[in-house]
Design a protein around this ligand. Sequence first.
Ligand code: MN
Ligand code: MN
Length: 465
Amino acid sequence: MNDKIEKLKFKYDHIASKDQSQIAKAEEFSKGYKEFIGKAKTEREATKFIEEYAIKNGYQKFNKNAKYKTGDKIYYNNRDKSIILSTVGKQNILDGINFCVSHIDSPRIDLKVTPMFESDQIAYFKTHYYGGIRKYQWVCVPLAMHGKIFLKNGTGIELCLGEKDDEPKFVISDLLPHLGQKQNDRKLSEGIKASEMNIIISSLPYIEEGNKEDIKDAFKLKALEILNKMYGITEKDFIRSEIEFVPATKPCDIGLDKSMVGGYGQDDRVCAYPSLIAEIEIKNNNKTTVTVFTDKEEIGSEGNTGMVSNFTFDFLEDYIKCIDESADIKEVYRKSLCLSSDVNAAYDPTFSDVFDKYNSSYLNKGPCITKYTGSRGKSGSNDASCETMARIMDIIDSKGVYWQTGDLGEVDVGGGGTIAKYMSQRNIDTIDFGVPVLAMHSPFEITSKLDIYNTYLAYKALYES
Ligand code: MN
Ligand code: MN
């Protein structure tokens, strides 16, 4: 191409075709990432991981009666389900805050409040799925049980069963093809119905020595007996529990070239992890950084651990006073910049018709800037201004980070939202910025290591700005 053409046109490059040296760096970065998503499969586990990691790296628990100065690193844990980390910058807080806000909940299968039943000599859990899933993808997949359950005496018990090789797993069954003819005629969205998503728990009966009579609900009783032995729980305790079933699979490399990561829960831990590392590493920052890891995004950010709740903004109000008692928080927000650190759908050549190939994000071209989300005419979208686009492009280009832009599919095919709007509601310049994902919301999502690494570089560039 001659110079004139090169100047006029613009395209996003495959990172490896421009910089081979990034492959090894991305590979190294992906090791910590795989460890994180392998260990942190629920919002509670992610919060615990992040809190421990922060403490190990010198973060202090937030105290609203303290005074904070340049270089101080603090964390604020909200109910063990969401957490905020921050590093106080050199500049006046009135110059604004640099935010990265991601979510640490992922689509999964929750238990109903009264979950146990037996049917024809098999014990089951009844479920209610959490977040947008394609139900047919979740059958015949080994599942692990995670969560927390409270005993009458107030003791909270953390559960995690099915992640270790020698631990039992759980599963939802599907029909065999030989008898699936009628089911095959269902629409794909009803291939597996929610009411059919029953998790198999056990198949042996409860036996009472010396008792020859049939015991009612013997299969459910047997399961309860085992659970009681393991955790000291009884059936009533399920009412005060939060039990989440997630794929019992381990994250791994994908492809001959090991260029990708496959695993559960990458939406949105694939953005949470790079923001965690960028936050932990930052020092001598000009502006104060605030890294939020929030819950409940997958069901609309509701609840007191999600972004609709005031927890983030109540914290900020207290925190800003600890840095500068007289600072006007509205002014701080007005000057701030927030990366709504969430994933976008990567272009999938197999299903190309749902994408606009000129406005999609692709694997290996870097993190995706999503100017607007929403559906049916951008409804429900944050729709970042051109000023905000210019601000972020300037920051990441100055550090040579690879990035791209992309919409969430072709117009009117579908759509979705992120937490961006909850930040911009406070008058904070906000833009969606995260890793492209293949097979998003499935039990096994796929991402590119080069994209993950450049997402980290981008968040770091923001924090260094
Ligand atoms: Mn997400
Ligand atoms: Mn999602």
